[in-house]
Design a protein around this ligand. Sequence first.
Ligand code: ATP
Ligand code: MG
Length: 559
Amino acid sequence: MMKLESTTIKLSPRFDLESMYPKYRKYLAGAKVGEVVTRFAPEASGYMHIGHIKSALLSYHYANMFEGKLIMRFDDTNPSKEKEEYEESILEDVKTLDIRYKVITHTSDHFELIIKRCTEVIQRGLAYADKTEHEQMKKERMDGIESIYRNTTPEENLKIWEEMQKGNLPEYCIRIKIDMQCKNKCMRDPVIFRHCTTPHQRTGTKFKVYPVYDFACPIVDSEEGVTYALRSNEYADRNHLYNWILKTLNLNPVKIMDFSRLNFVSTTLSKRKLGWFVDKNIVDGWTDPRFPTVKGILRRGMLVQTLIEFMLEQGPSKNTNLMEWDKIWALNRKNIDPIAVKYTAISKKGIQKLIINNFDLIDQSIIMTPLHPKLTEVGDKPVHKTQTVIIEKEDLSDLKEGDKIVLVKWGVFTIKTISKLENDISVIIEANPEDMDFKAPKKLTWLPYNSNYLIDINVLEYDHLLNVLKPDEIEDFSSFVNYNSKFSTEFLAEGHMKALEIGSILQFERRGYFIVDKKSIVDNNKLVIDCISIPDGKSKTMSGLATNVDAKLLQKGNK
Ligand code: ATP
Ligand code: MG
């Protein structure tokens, strides 16, 4: 039985949700089955990253827990930043994350309505046109000083607003009149509309004014029937404004649920900073395994299942903390272990040959062994016997002549001679076919020394891209770039790996977990497989790269 195709098995992301949900339902107090509507509303101005994953997964699963619906909305109020390419990529990632939405909407679908709401607040004397210069306005807001335009009449404001909508009077913006002395500075007459003539990717040049997020969001949430708006708590100060708008405009109620913004050590989640790495060619595009993007972390061997478990466990907790990557990778390890097929690999740097002197006298038949001890459906692999076998050089170091060893899956052998040649050590062993004492002596993983049964593996390991704990708190992060964060080591492994598909997860005995990233043909039709090391916070690294980098940085208190 050899069924290699099926070694790409990954547990269904819908693994066991029904049994997980009850534990989390309580967070959405008062929610009724069938009546929950949430939305995931990214701005299509970059690739989806782990912070967005939290927002998207929580919004989806909280709706799903109550048999409600998720709205996928693109928040496209800033034509100069958004690109269609990003929308496509976000939708792709949402699909990968097994998120099922009911509809796709755009904030721009509602531009006319939002403009109408703005006209209403102006008519009611609750908003005014202001042309105070930007820095001055900022200062007045800080100092609680009212703008000299604050008391312009609604009639005059409406005239300016009409002109603004035609693209005239670019120096003006519209502000709502709330309270310039409010302790919460978000309430000090925030801007709700601004001039912009950059063509919009959906509405073209139809509109010359665009609403700001804070004004558009409650109107669109309410209009689309959202019952729970989940968002990260950097907006917490703005919740007051959100609720003020709902109330003042007499809109359908929406409950805001905020959760803590996710941060990981030594990781930037800023689209601008990530883009910088891409532009400078420091990384291998937006899908680089060192990147916190959906595509990057999945490429590095994270399972969707792990992300769901991790984010649901975080839930709507508001404790902002700096996460260690090791935590999420340790959880991932639990999920990949039951599906990772097992192989042996030996570093090309430390190969030791063992020659079997009585090879001709022993059984040479191929041994079939399971690819996974429990997952029988993935089938078996052949273990080929050859007169010369290879082991890791360091495994030889504590052995001496006369010792017994076990070649794993084969049998017991005795070391006959160890002789030093010039740069080499020659080791002769002898099979003991009758000896069944597999427990006592030293067990060695080995490979047959025959290129027909071997394959070249390029093992890739990665370190953090930044040598600083909180890169998003530093403006000039470029001096903290870790230019030495990609390591490649050559190995030999069982030729049977040839059939593994891209994305297959495997374990190299004693080495840890890996994901097949690339298969390339090099000179003489030779196949080479690139395997990315899947971090698990534990395993010995193959390149000498230190493990627990997170812990070390934390210890140093590196800021
Ligand atoms: P920008 O910084 O360019 O505004 P953003 O990272 O805030 O972008 P958006 O596309 O505006 O991204 O965010 C979409 C959703 O993802 C929002 O609900 C936001 O709260 C959430 N989100 C973004 N970053 C994080 C994060 N680090 N942790 C948790 N949620 C996040
Ligand atoms: Mg944002």
